[in-house]
Design a protein around this ligand. Structure first.
Ligand SMILES: Cc1cc2nc3c(=O)[nH]c(=O)nc-3n(C[C@H](O)[C@H](O)[C@H](O)COP(=O)(O)OP(=O)(O)OC[C@H]3O[C@@H](n4cnc5c(N)ncnc54)[C@H](O)[C@@H]3O)c2cc1C
Ligand SMILES: NC(=O)c1ccc[n+]([C@@H]2O[C@H](COP(=O)([O-])OP(=O)(O)OC[C@H]3O[C@@H](n4cnc5c(N)ncnc54)[C@H](O)[C@@H]3O)[C@@H](O)[C@H]2O)c1
Length: 477
């Protein structure tokens, strides 16, 4: 067996691992980046980028079919060529993957190792059966994989995950989507808008991670304009019949249905890739899910010389968080044992549906009842949104009753990606709603809708402070 010595061994060359590698090198230390699969990252290969490419095609199809209210008529049929849609998705995806592959190719050969790593001790790794790596510290950046529930596994290769969608050469005709989470609604709505018959089945009533019941209800209605969606589905049976998936379920009207699909797209959540790492050999403290117990500011696992970043720690499975965590973990691993807290940003999450679903700052479910007010805007009557016929959605902003401090927001809103950025920036600056209202607002823009919600929150904060300022009774939390 070959032996390699390094300062920091990084397991996984995804977005978190690559960021950790750069941080170690910037600290002037040796790094060894170990990758067991294909280089290119989940985000570029089968995540953020190909999903947004598919969504872009769906938006083009939707826009083409909805010009008539403007008095603009596209005569003839709108033809969606599945093969061309998928060819563009894959061509552009390969371009993004190519950028990653080029940056990996530019790394010195002695910094890279191919194979699956597992722990022998906290600082010794075995990579396949060819190399033993001795490091001063280790970063786990192994990412996550889809969870496939037991009954769906019986469908064999007809139970597909996001990776399989982006390998299609053509669009299928009918897809049953299991899981109305973020992946489910993004891909489900895109496929529906591209002419695929989509039925989406959930469990427990959750939708795209939304905690605010009013926003969730609004999102449910808007998603249902594109496809059948039951977030609390009563699925009686899923089975395979030849090349088809048969789903027997009770529909939203209480009627028993049996439908046939080309595939079951499984989007029921993801789990960290930790199984093959032999964490027990490293003696790392684990929680009841088997995930290492670590400090979210330093990313250090217990008192060990091991750090964990990105989807592997199951905290904030988002691209920008994976990059930030890789940088913090890599920096600390390089300086080990001088471990310091890294800078974390205000929470921000965007789901690329239409309208977009987004959260900024504190989530509704994390707020203490009775301590905050909700400012609201309904986009159905919002000026700029109406002009563009994108007037659907709702935004809730949460402000601390006692201080007027902006806490967070949840929304399904036109241009939600931009509103959510403004709100996350305001949260990171710890602004009050009054300070946010001092910022410029142009006319006519969708941000004027945000101003309406902020004014509503401000009025409620004032009313809570002095009942003489109340316009419509006491504030609601
Ligand atoms: C369909 C989809 C859409 C998404 N869209 C968005 C989006 O729009 N915006 C957003 O912010 N986020 C999005 N995400 C989430 C984002 O892609 C992830 O948060 C991010 O890619 C995680 O990066 P990572 O470095 O932790 O993991 P990865 O990029 O998966 O890297 C982990 C690497 O570790 C390797 N590995 C695993 N085990 C071992 C081992 N034992 N030894 C050696 N190597 C190993 C793997 O082969 C892999 O290359 C999406 C995810 C999916 C699935
Ligand atoms: N735009 C983005 O930023 C983006 C896009 C895609 C994915 N992601 C990341 O990837 C992560 C994983 O996404 P995901 O959608 O797989 O997970 P998720 O946790 O968001 O959603 C899983 C959904 O599946 C449901 N579910 C669980 N078991 C089920 C069953 N047996 N039958 C039917 N439904 C079931 C859950 O109730 C939930 O609604 C996200 O949390 C997100 O961080 C981000």
């Amino acid at each position: 067996m070959k032996r390699l010595d390094t300062d920091v061994a990084i397991i996984g060359a995804g977005s978190a691992g690559l960021s950790a590698y750069r941080a170690v090198r910037n600290a002037g230390k040796r790094a060894l980046l170990i990758e067991g699969g294909e280089h290119g990252t989940t985000c570029a290969r089968v995540g953020c980028m190909p999903s947004k490419l598919l969504i872009a095609a769906a938006e083009a199809a939707h826009a083409a079919a909805h010009t008539a209210p403007f008095g603009v008529h596209v005569d003839g049929t709108i033809r969606i060529e599945g093969r061309e849609v998928m060819a563009r998705v894959k061509r552009e995806r390969d371009r993004f993957v190519g950028f990653v592959l080029r940056s990996v190719a530019q790394m010195p050969d002695e910094d890279k190792l191919t194979g699956h790593a597992r722990f022998v001790s906290p600082t010794v790794l075995r990579v396949d059966d060819h190399t033993e790596v001795h490091a001063r510290s280790v970063v786990i950046a192994t990412g996550s994989s889809p969870i496939v529930p037991e009954p769906l596994k019986a469908l064999g290769e007809l139970a597909i995950v996001n990776d399989d969608v982006f390998a299609w050469d053509d669009l299928p005709k009918r897809v049953a989507v299991f899981g109305p989470g973020i992946i489910g609604v993004e891909l489900g709505q895109a496929l529906a808008r591209l002419g695929v018959t989509v039925r989406m089945f959930g469990k427990g009533g959750s939708l795209a991670g939304l905690g605010d019941p009013v926003i969730r209800e609004q999102a449910l209605g808007l998603m249902r304009e594109s496809f059948y969606l039951d977030p609390k589905a009563d699925v009686k049976e899923t089975r395979r019949d030849g090349d088809e998936v048969v789903v027997r379920y009770i529909d939203l009207d209480g009627v028993a249905q049996t439908e046939r699909f080309d595939f079951a797209l499984v989007a029921t959540g993801r789990k960290p890739n930790l199984d093959g790492l032999d964490l027990a050999a490293a003696g790392l403290p684990l929680d009841d899910r088997g995930v290492p117990v670590y400090d979210t500011n330093t990313l250090r696992i217990g008192d060990s010389p091991v750090f964990i970043a990105g989807d592997a720690n199951q905290d904030l499975p988002l691209l920008h968080e994976a990059s930030d965590e890789g940088k913090i973990a890599g920096g600390n691993a390089a300086r080990y044992p001088d471990v310091q807290p890294g800078e974390r940003r205000a929470p921000l999450a965007i789901v690329f549906t239409d309208p977009q679903i987004a959260q900024a700052g504190c989530r509704y479910r994390d707020l203490s009842p009775g301590t905050f007010v909700i400012g609201e805007v309904d986009f159905s009557d919002q000026g700029r949104s109406r002009v563009m016929l994108r007037n659907a959605g709702r935004l809730h902003v949460y402000a601390e009753t006692a201080t007027g401090r902006f806490l967070g927001a949840e929304m399904i809103a036109p241009s939600g990606e931009h509103l959510a950025h403004l709100l996350a920036w305001a949260r990171q600056q710890e602004l009050t709603v009054a300070q946010m209202l001092q910022m410029p607002f142009y006319h006519p823009v969708i941000e004027e809708g945000l101003r309406t919600a902020l004014r509503d929150a401000q009025a409620k904060v004032k009313c809570a402070a002095d009942p003489r300022d109340c316009r419509e009774g006491p504030p609601q939390a």
